[in-house]
Write a protein that binds this ligand. Structure first.
Ligand code: TRP
Length: 450
């Protein structure tokens, strides 16, 4: 390790860790569910446009600030601020980010707990503990609480080990496996009756729907959630990258991997929905709305595995295991946000910071579980649909207007002297300065007025 803060040991290590943070429940639970309830292809289209034109530039803003400052978001925004007022706003933004990250983790741990529970259910089915398997797959407070706590304990355990050993090691092993199993599952689902209906919904856009203000705002939130933006996660990861890396390329790869996996998951979940529908499972209400958005994939995917007979149990085990790991490589990147801040700001030891913050977040999750109907959707919307894009807006303003231009350009130049001849150099600085903030504001304005 080059610096005492820890640094990723290799370029691949960083890409794996950042992609590990990006790829998670957002791709396989969030995006397909949103696509299913927002008109399929229309959502896919808007999501793709926003991911490349807004999320990628904001990701670059976070990575570049992070690598420049080699610090958490609060200190980083302070460092690039020229005066007292901007320093204050920077501090407030960083602190808001770490609070939002904590709340995101509080609902994330619940959904990840469901993944774990389904994984254990498959194991118990293999050993013919059918009663147990049933309990594990049914929605109950006890199950939800138990598995949320297990998931939080795993997250806390990994984060207390520190950057390189914890984050990097886990990410680089299991991500490729997840990708392969997704592809195989997609190929399988295509062979089933009803799948083509799902494919049609997913691929033939209704362009009028694509312009609905709510759909656009949802897609924006989904893209920011999926790339872990706004709260300082990527900023912190950027702070662990060495100066030799070519950031625009690395960030582009991470974006590409993340989007591909989300789109791929859509190819699995939407057809699987219609296969289930074909097999008599109720998915829509009489008015055509989804019956249960949050638990949609937990209704639909197990039905899909059932069609495989005995092999289905093994596939289910593998799938939910990989999903649990994908959720872990994301959750550790969330917990690292408040932890890095507390360590660097207040001089608390890593272990202590991790345990205290982890406990607080687990308490928040418990409160959500106790009031599931009222709180779950609310916390998801408040954090992902509103807070993340708005915080992303502030990052754009800091990069575009507040940070000294020469320093910014110098930071972009690091790691590649040829960058000045490239497109990124010519377009990005002006683009994050003007286009990104304006579009984000327009989307919010349109949704408020519409
Ligand atoms: N992007 C991850 C996913 O798709 C979730 C995630 C990790 C995240 N870190 C984050 C979301 C920080 C928001 C903020 O599952």
């Amino acid at each position: 390790m080059a610096s005492p803060r820890g640094e990723f040991s290799s370029r691949l290590g960083f890409i794996m860790a950042a992609a590990g943070s990006a790829v998670g429940l957002g791709n396989i639970w969030g995006f397909p569910t949103q696509a299913a309830s927002n008109g399929g292809a229309a959502f896919l289209l808007v999501y793709l446009i926003l991911a490349f034109t807004l999320a990628y530039p904001v990701l670059m803003a976070e990575l570049i600030i992070g690598r420049h400052a080699h610090a958490n978001a609060v200190n980083a925004l302070r460092l690039i601020s020229p005066n007292r007022v901007t320093r204050r706003i920077g501090t407030a933004t960083g602190i808001t980010g770490f609070i939002v990250a904590s709340f995101i983790l509080s609902f994330y741990a619940i959904v990840a707990g469901w993944m774990l529970a389904h994984c254990v259910a498959a194991v118990s089915e293999l050993f013919r503990f059918n009663g147990l398997a049933e309990w594990l797959t049914e929605f109950s407070f006890a199950r939800n609480l138990g598995f949320m706590l297990i998931f939080m304990a795993l997250t806390v355990g990994i984060i207390s080990e520190g950057v390189q050993q914890g984050i990097e090691r886990w990410s680089s092993r299991l991500m490729p496996m997840l990708l392969i199993s997704l592809v195989l599952l997609v190929l399988y689902v295509f062979t089933l009756e009803g799948a083509m209906d799902g494919l049609r919904v997913y691929l033939l856009p209704d362009f009028e729907r694509a312009l609905a203000p709510d759909l656009i705002l949802n897609a924006l939130g989904a893209a920011f959630f999926s790339l872990s933006l706004g709260v300082g996660t990527m900023l912190i990861y950027g702070s662990y990258i060495s100066d030799r890396e070519n950031l625009p390329v690395v960030g582009g790869l991470v974006t590409l991997v993340d989007i591909c996996i989300a789109v791929l998951a859509g190819f699995l979940v939407l057809p699987a929905m219609y296969v289930a529908l074909h097999n008599g499972v109720e998915i829509f209400t009489a008015t055509g709305e989804l019956i249960s958005e949050d638990t949609l994939i937990f209704n639909v995917l197990p039905r899909l595995f059932d069609t495989m007979g005995l092999a289905g149990v093994v596939v289910s085990l593998l799938f939910f295991f990989l999903m649990s790991i994908a959720a872990l490589t994301s959750s550790i990147s969330m917990l690292e946000v408040p932890v890095a801040y507390t360590i660097e700001e207040h001089g608390v030891g890593r272990k202590r910071a991790v345990v205290v913050i982890g406990t607080l977040i687990a308490i928040a999750s418990t409160v959500i579980l106790l009031n599931f109907e009222a709180l779950f959707g609310l916390v998801v919307a408040a954090t992902t649909r509103y807070s993340q894009p708005l915080l992303g807006f502030v990052f754009c303003v800091y990069v575009g207007w507040i940070w000294h231009r020469d320093q910014l350009l110098q930071e972009v130049r690091k790691g590649s002297d040829r960058v000045e001849h490239g497109l990124f150099w010519k377009i990005w600085p002006g683009y994050v300065r003007v286009v990104c903030p304006v579009i984000i504001l327009l989307i919010f304005a349109q949704s408020l007025l519409g």
